[in-house]
Write a new protein. Structure first.
Length: 204
């Protein structure tokens, strides 16, 4: 089975009702006030036809602006690190590293939404009805030629709880966050990456 993964760019506006407006404010407050955070996540990726699903788990850390770390542990080990200048993707199974400049890789991606510093520049925001006990915001990338078509962010109160992504090919990724910690001190080395010995490095 082909691996279905969330990669950085690799991860549909409805009518706005006044009763839902707080969800957009919550997202803006999250990006403005929460400078660091970490959480565990489970992710389910569904193929465009709905016939294939793949589940993975891992952890996510960020430090604004534009420093983040997605570490997938199951079923395949994969690491995505944004160091503020570049985005590094390490496929640990293959010992292959792909690197891209931050301004080319981030754009309207999940990492830009959760860890970036230009929310309204990168996304059009629209609140949506509450569902599954969460308040939801639809974030549509302003750049229409990227790998992500739309994202939905779910909050439980002020806490990040879920993220849903639809890519340009119709593949859907749903992430559920747990053990969320916000505003904690994170070592700078968590957001640095050095290719391991013998790795095949692709990119500038």
């Amino acid at each position: 089975m082909t691996r279905l993964r969330l990669l950085p760019a690799a991860v549909l506006a409805l009518g706005l009702q006044p009763a839902w407006a707080d969800a957009v404010d919550t997202l803006r407050e999250f990006t403005r006030e929460v400078k660091t955070g970490k959480a565990s996540f489970s992710q389910t990726v569904t193929s465009p036809d709905g016939a294939r699903k793949k589940t993975s788990t891992g952890s996510f850390e960020f430090s604004r602006p534009n420093r983040f770390r997605f570490a997938y542990d199951k079923p395949f080990a994969q690491l995505i690190v944004g160091d503020g200048a570049k985005v590094w993707l390490h496929d640990i199974d293959l010992n292959q590293v792909t690197v891209r400049a931050m301004d080319q890789a981030l754009g309207g991606t999940p990492a830009a939404l959760l860890a970036g510093g230009a929310l309204d520049k990168d996304f059009e925001l629209a609140a949506q009805p509450a569902k599954d006990g969460l308040e939801w915001v639809l974030a549509t990338p302003r750049a229409r030629d990227g790998s992500v078509a739309s994202l939905r962010v779910g909050f439980r109160g002020k806490e990040l709880a879920a993220l849903e992504i639809v890519d340009a090919f119709g593949q859907r990724s749903a992430l559920q966050f747990s053990g969320v910690q916000q505003g904690l001190a994170l070592p700078a080395e968590r957001f640095r990456f050095t290719p391991p010995p013998g790795a095949d490095v692709v990119g500038p």
